[in-house]
Design a protein around this ligand. Structure first.
Ligand code: TQJ
Ligand code: ZN
Ligand code: CA
Ligand code: ZN
Length: 277
């Protein structure tokens, strides 16, 4: 708290080249600028863009990540900021949606196409990973996914490096691993993977493609990030044992909120057996 006040005063009096207050301790000026940028990127709202809201933004971030809400920078927060994460704000600016148009698919059948593969894995492996990721979401909802070999598709998947034709160039190894667009026409729903990452199916080294595809498809279907650390839609990638990888209850609840539940034959049978006529 004390530090935030000092920081704000320092900023107002000396602009961006402010000398850091002594209380900053081990946090360098560069780290503070990064922290500031991070908070402005992910926690800015349209009415409050100034640093005077630094404390508020820290609080929002602490709330989002389930930390104790102090409004003060601490090593925990610095740690989270350093983790790779989604460039979409965790809190949408009030008054307008980030992307115009519907944020969910309106058809029960959603088509997808894998337009550009990575050379790091066999195409058949990528096909299978993508198929399984779609299945994870499909089995919990009323949606069906259909792969098309060519031509238009709702969700176009491709690997790319650096600038690749949208306004979100990739950043080389590390940093952003992938991104996906919320449902909609054209680029809506599309998922792009940074081919400068080392993609694997394991978890001991490199980035686990099955995890990241499942996360990106969550975005492609309209899910934003979740503050639940067990969720596939958690904003940071963590290495986990891929054995028995599945959606969390949080992911399932959120996708069903958007699209509803699939009624399988057993549910129907059970209901008919147990519904007095
Ligand atoms: N990331 S990321 C991908 C976070 C951040 O670090 O690449 C995988 C967590 C990007 N991931 C930012 N992101 C997880 C994109 C993409 O969130 C987490 N993967 C910003 O989804 C858990 C697997 C963006 C698991 N979005 N830029 Br399990 C749209 C431009 C357009
Ligand atoms: Zn994400
Ligand atoms: Ca990258
Ligand atoms: Zn892209």
């Amino acid at each position: 708290m004390q530090f935030v006040v000092l920081f704000t005063v320092g900023f107002l009096t000396s602009g961006f080249s402010l000398p850091m207050p002594r209380e900053a301790g081990e946090i360098s000026e560069k780290q503070w600028k990064e922290a500031q940028n991070y908070l402005n990127n992910f926690y800015a709202s349209d009415t409050e863009k100034e640093l005077s809201n630094f404390e508020d933004k820290i609080k929002k971030m602490q709330r989002f990540f389930g930390l104790s809400i102090t409004g003060v920078m601490n090593p925990n927060i610095m740690e989270i900021m350093k983790q790779p994460r989604c460039g979409l704000p965790d809190i949408a600016p009030s008054g307008f949606t980030l992307f115009p148009g519907p944020r969910k698919w309106t058809s029960k059948i959603v088509t997808y196409r894998i337009a550009i593969y990575t050379n790091q894995l066999r195409h058949s492996r990528v096909d299978s990973i993508v198929y399984r990721a779609f299945n994870m979401w499909s089995r919990e909802t009323t949606l069906y996914f259909k792969r098309v070999p060519r031509g238009p598709a709702d969700i176009i998947i491709r690997f790319a490096r650096r600038a690749h034709g949208d306004n979100y160039p990739f950043d080389g190894p590390g940093g952003t691993l992938a991104h996906a667009f919320t449902p909609g026409p054209d680029i809506g729903g599309d998922a792009h993977f940074d081919d400068d990452e080392k993609w694997t199916e394991g978890y001991k080294s490199g980035i686990n493609l099955p995890f990241v595809v499942t996360h990106e498809l969550g975005h492609s279907l309209g899910l934003s990030h979740s503050s639940n650390p067990n969720a596939v839609m958690y904003p940071t990638y963590n290495k986990n044992d891929p054995w028995d990888f599945q959606l969390s209850q949080d992911d399932i609840r959120r996708i069903q909120q958007l699209y509803g539940k699939k009624r399988n034959v057993w549910d129907i049978y059970y209901r008919e057996e147990n519904t007095p006529s």
